[in-house]
Ligand binder design. Structure first.
Ligand SMILES: Cc1cc2nc3c(=O)[nH]c(=O)nc-3n(C[C@H](O)[C@H](O)[C@H](O)COP(=O)(O)OP(=O)(O)OC[C@H]3O[C@@H](n4cnc5c(N)ncnc54)[C@H](O)[C@@H]3O)c2cc1C
Length: 639
């Protein structure tokens, strides 16, 4: 019987060797305090392996083998309710019977207390079968865990410090419903006139004299929008259309979309206007919704909506990245199988040089991206769990306290740095390699027979949702350059160390990694200097230690970052290669067998990064001049 976990050597390597389980398990089990905690680290790892094996089997049987049916059976609205296809319904019945929705929740809330990392790896297994099914899957536990995180964040979760568990939490009833598989949730942000630019959101939350919040407005593109529980962002400031709209006036709400009445009828508080007819991703419902004086509960304080959204967004972006990896895994396997069976000009097409090179690059990227994804997920989860552990302060030993204080800033910074890079690159590579899979299939790739075209249609949404590729690039660029402006001395030290290691490190692979890092620092230095030259004319001539004062005066990020915004995607590509090299180098320290993969990746990324470096450091002036001279002409040409 097919099993998406046991047939995957790389995934098994992570569970057996590649993941530093002990600190993560320690944090997940709150230091093994609770009486029902895992006995020790080996017992926990054995359990996670069992979970993954079981999901690997279910994903192959109930998702992968039925993905063509899932693609054909589009969800639609009948009498105001969404009707899903039979194949999706069956898969989710099986998930529920096998209690998959409970895996990641703490035991005291009815869950199995499995780390988020295992949940993400499960997501890859389901996405390999069908990415839309994976998306819907993630809107069960993903939203339940967001409710828990929000409650901890706003201070409405109480901890039993001695017992090492949560005593009570604000949304306990809703979370327990999700744990049982009786409900799921959705994240409701986008509106017809506001997607990437959340400052333009208009749906309103108003507080009635009866003390009840109510929401009115239209939302579109809501994944799993037929959910019972909606996390909704709405405007609670007094700004009116066209003026004063911004991020500060946004708040986060929990909305119950319907109530099932004892007579079997359903009372709805949110209207499902339609389900979108999409290019792909057909097993996932994408709904347009109307809220009309819909009762809502405010989460956190009024005006903190954007902050609360970011709490969920990081997790969601890591989750989408594992979706991308699942697609690439499926594309590689499909392409490889076809290319080794199909013959042309006297040999299997897999033996033709170009196709062999395509397949090799697909595999190298797949393994490299999984390395970055696991490292990002690990950092994000560690940051969350160490943050929770801090709340057990009274019960922590001095050694535990010191570890939390030491580790927390490091994992937070790593997660913040990796997440936009990961989301960007997995989404882009999923599209690139799904397209390669179609190409390797030739004519039949353009038919529905083999499923290659479905992978491409499904993949195309990844660079759009959970923040487009362009928005990820802007985030990565801004964070990087802000870091330099804030601490130019630290940047100069890092640059010097990396340049030195690129020349003198004893290990040739370490030298090559340091060279990639040095190229990145060079590109960043050029962008800061070119930005500054535009602004101040001449900061380049100042010693780097004096940049801070010169750069931070009269700063207008919209205008002053223009050259950096132009090159943000190129810089993001370079920073992604750098992050992957660093993670693979760390893996080499754990297991020398990973050196071959790092070498393969370096062979491909070194030349690419040199080209990107040249583009960043030498081009862009003409484009900026064109935009500055003719902003209206460019807009009109587009019309
Ligand atoms: C299948 C699907 C599921 C979705 N699920 C959800 C969901 O569950 N919840 C939810 O709230 N939303 C959801 N969305 C909406 C999604 O998050 C938005 O479509 C996305 O944020 C982009 O917004 P937009 O479509 O308005 O495009 P726009 O923001 O209008 O952008 C159009 C293009 O311009 C680019 N662009 C915009 N601003 C800049 C800039 N400053 N610099 C450079 N380029 C820029 C964008 O990258 C994009 O390429 C979903 C969308 C789809 C297709």
């Amino acid at each position: 019987m097919s099993n998406y976990f046991t047939d995957n050597e790389d995934l098994r390597w992570y569970v057996d060797r590649g993941i530093d389980w002990a600190p993560l398990i320690e944090a997940t089990e709150y230091g093994f305090r609770a009486p029902d905690a895992m006995k020790d680290v080996p017992e926990a790892i054995a359990f996670y392996r069992e979970v993954l094996e079981s999901i690997g089997e279910l994903a192959a049987k109930y998702v992968g083998e039925r993905s063509a049916a899932m693609d054909r059976q589009h969800p639609h609205v009948v009498d105001g309710e969404v009707v899903e296809g039979e194949a999706v319904r069956r898969a989710f019945d099986v998930f529920r019977e096998n209690e998959l929705h409970k895996m990641v929740f703490p035991r005291e809330l009815g869950g199995l207390n499995v780390p988020l990392l295992v949940y993400y790896l499960s997501g890859e297994l389901i996405a390999r079968g069908d990415v839309g099914a994976m998306t819907h899957f993630s809107f069960h536990a993903g939203i339940g865990m967001a409710m828990l995180a929000y409650s901890i964040y706003e201070g409405t979760t109480r901890f039993d410090v001695q017992g090492g568990k949560i005593a009570s939490t604000r949304f306990q009833a809703q979370i327990e419903e999700i744990v049982r598989g009786d409900a799921w949730g959705c994240m409701v942000i986008t509106e017809p006139d506001a997607g990437s630019d959340m400052a333009r959101l208009r749906a309103r939350g108003t507080l009635g004299e009866d003390g009840q919040w109510r929401i009115s407005g239209q939302k579109i593109f809501i994944t799993s929008g037929h959910a019972k529980y909606h996390l909704v962002i709405a405007r609670t400031d007094d700004a009116v259309e066209g003026e004063g709209l911004g991020l500060d006036g946004l708040s986060m709400f929990l909305v119950q979309a319907y109530e099932d009445l004892p007579d079997g009828k359903r009372q709805r508080f949110v209207t499902i206007d339609r389900v979108e007819d999409k290019l792909g991703h057909n097993s996932s419902v994408t709904a347009a919704l109307t809220y009309e004086d819909t009762p809502a509960q405010l989460i956190g304080a009024r005006g903190e909506g954007f902050k609360y959204m970011l709490v969920l967004m990081n997790n969601a972006r890591v989750g989408v990245s594992f979706e991308g990896i699942g697609i690439i895994e499926a594309a590689l396997r499909l392409a490889r199988e076809y290319a080794s069976g199909r013959r042309s000009m006297g040999k299997a097409i897999a033996q033709h040089e170009m196709i062999a090179d395509y397949l090799d690059e697909m595999e190298t990227d797949l393994l490299a991206l999984r390395a970055l994804a696991v490292a990002s997920a690990y950092a994000e989860e560690s940051a969350q769990k160490l943050g929770i552990l801090q709340r057990f302060e009274g019960a922590l030993s001095d050694a535990e306290k010191q570890r939390v204080e030491r580790e927390l800033p490091r994992v937070r910074a790593r997660s913040r740095r990796f997440t936009p890079l990961l989301k960007y690159i997995t989404a882009e590579k999923a599209v690139e390699h799904a397209r390669r899979c179609v190409q390797i299939h030739g004519g039949v790739g353009y038919t529905k027979e083999y499923g290659a075209e479905k992978l491409l249609r499904d993949a195309l949404v990844l660079p759009i949702y959970e923040g487009t590729s362009q928005i990820q690039s802007l985030m990565a660029m801004k964070d990087t350059l802000n870091g330099i402006v804030k601490d130019p001395g630290g940047f100069a030290r890092r640059s010097a160390q990396q340049a030195l290691r690129a020349r003198t490190a004893a290990d040739p692979l370490e030298r090559r990694v340091a060279k990639v890092q040095s190229l990145c620092r060079g590109a960043e230095r050029s962008l800061v200097a070119r930005t500054a030259i535009d602004k101040l004319g001449g900061v380049r001539r100042l010693p780097i230690g004096q940049w801070k004062g010169a750069l931070t005066k009269n700063w207008d990020p919209k205008r002053d970052f223009a050259i950096a915004m132009l090159h943000a995607e190129r810089l993001t590509r370079m920073l992604t290669d750098e992050a992957i090299c660093e993670v693979l180098w760390e893996q080499c320290q754990r297991d020398p067998a990973r050196r071959a993969l790092l070498e393969r990746f370096l062979d491909r990324c070194e030349l690419r990064d040199e080209l990107l470096f040249k583009e960043i450091t030498t081009t862009g002036a003409k484009m900026l001049a064109k935009i500055a001279a003719q902003p209206e002409a460019i807009a009109q040409a587009a019309e």
